[in-house]
Design a protein around this ligand. Structure first.
Ligand code: HEM
Length: 412
């Protein structure tokens, strides 16, 4: 008897023909059902999305074990029909094997050469912050929706890095591009560029177009939603907002906040980390797949099985966080007010397929957040109490805040 026969495929709810387990899934917030199922079936279980058998991994220990210690075995993306149709295995986020390896190496080097992690990109972000501040100021303290302008501003950073130019927030072509991201549609492409290439060269036009559109899509919505959560949470918790502003005043004064200030700003750093933990922007991460048959923690998972790493279960793991469901910057602070890293902080995932834009995103979050907090006090519209602000995430693949208005009061 081979080893594999001794081990079972992970257990799960009994599937119905054709629909599998879709009838028990909360389709608006599927990750909630997945969390509940992990309480019943454990940290490794299976679920059927229609005919597709998917393994769900949950909790800090299991997810980390899979992504780090079994990183190669869990290091692929599944062949999901909608993604295959959209991207045809091209680009980086949903590509496979050698194409992925080449595109990943190329993206990291390109982003690095264009200044990611360096001062060039810092200057680009700071310039964009100034445009965003002007836009916020133009509302003169009156309530407005920050969704479109935040997306445009964050998109401009990646556009500046990749294409060397920024767009005006009112530019109709740019706004159309942004609305396409929201619909998760292939973004950039002119008929000429998109003509089918017969070569299997990794640097074909098609692959590069898919790559640019991938980076644009992966980097915009995620970062912009996190920043919108940050503002919403600051409006909800004015006492935390005040502490952030006090720290900015003490460390930066009226100078331009820069990454070099971050080390001296443990409270602000903790708040940004806690925003990311609480916002939990990709609750099911991006699906993975096994590259080979795997024996994992007494279960047998065959090659090419789709695997969901439930990041929400890590970011709110009761064994790792003192108050998992509460917005509490103290999660990242020592008793003496020093910033502390937490292993279970993995909004960017971990392992060889983790977010390729982590350092860019972190830089953007810090610079946008501190620049805005330095200039404005954020409040809910008149007549709305901060206690009434709704922190339930909107429905969708990413957990955005529900539509809401903000008031940005300029600090003279
Ligand atoms: C707050 C902002 C962001 C969050 C929370 C985030 C989170 C994630 C997560 C959870 C994944 C899946 C990783 C995995 O499968 O293990 C991912 C993948 C990815 N992200 Fe991000 N991301 C953010 C911003 C960005 C930015 C700014 C960029 C690039 C400009 C970017 C580029 C990518 C790419 C290319 C992938 C696919 C990596 C691969 O398949 O090899 N992300 N991101």
């Amino acid at each position: 008897m081979t080893k594999a026969f001794k081990y079972q495929f992970p257990p799960g709810p009994r599937p119905l023909p054709i629909i599998g387990n879709l009838h028990i899934l909360n389709l608006k917030r599927p990750y909630q059902t997945m969390l509940e199922l992990s309480q019943k079936y454990g940290s490794i279980y299976s679920i059927h999305f229609g005919p597709r058998k998917v393994v769900v991994l949950s909790g800090y220990k299991t997810v980390k074990d899979a992504l780090v210690n079994y990183g190669d075995q869990f290091g692929e993306r599944p062949q999901v029909p909608i993604f295959e149709k959209l991207f045809e295995g091209k680009g980086i986020v949903f590509s496979h094997g050698e194409t992925w390896k080449t595109m990943r190496r190329f993206s990291l080097t390109t982003l690095r050469n264009f200044g990611m992690g360096k001062s060039v990109i810092e200057d680009t972000i700071i310039e964009e912050c100034q445009h965003l501040i002007q836009n916020f100021e133009s509302h003169r303290g009156k309530p407005f929706e920050d969704n479109t302008v935040m997306n445009a501003s964050v998109a401009n950073v990646i556009v500046s890095v990749l294409l060397g130019k920024r767009f005006d927030y009112q530019d109709t072509q740019f706004l159309r591009l942004l609305s396409l991201i929201n619909e998760n549609v292939k973004l950039i492409g002119t008929p000429g560029i998109l003509e089918k290439s017969t070569s299997n060269n990794y640097f074909s036009d098609e692959n590069l177009v898919a790559l640019v559109s991938n980076l644009f899509a992966a980097g915009t919505e995620t970062t912009a939603s996190t920043l919108r959560w940050a503002i919403l949470l600051m409006m909800r918790y004015p006492e935390i907002q005040k502490k952030v502003r006090d720290e900015i005043k003490a460390v930066v004064g009226s100078a331009q906040p820069r990454i070099a200030h971050r080390n001296q700003m443990p409270y602000t750093d903790a708040v940004i980390h806690e925003v990311q933990r609480f916002a939990n922007i990709l609750p099911t991460s991006v699906p993975r797949a096994t590259t080979t048959n795997v024996l994992f923690r007494n279960y047998y998972i065959p090659k090419d099985t789709e695997v969901i790493t439930l990041l929400t279960s890590v970011l709110r793991d009761q064994t790792q966080w003192e108050k998992p469901d509460t917005f509490n910057p103290e999660h990242f602070l020592s008793s003496t007010g020093k910033f502390i890293r937490k292993e279970a902080f993995m909004p960017f995932s971990v392992g060889r397929r983790m977010c390729a834009g982590e350092s860019l995103a972190k830089m953007e979050l810090f610079l946008f957040f501190t620049s805005l907090m330095q200039k404005f006090t954020f409040q809910p519209p008149p007549g709305v109490s901060h206690l009434d602000l709704d922190l339930t995430p909107d429905i969708g693949f990413t957990t955005r805040p529900v539509p809401h208005k903000i008031c940005a009061l300029f600090q003279a």
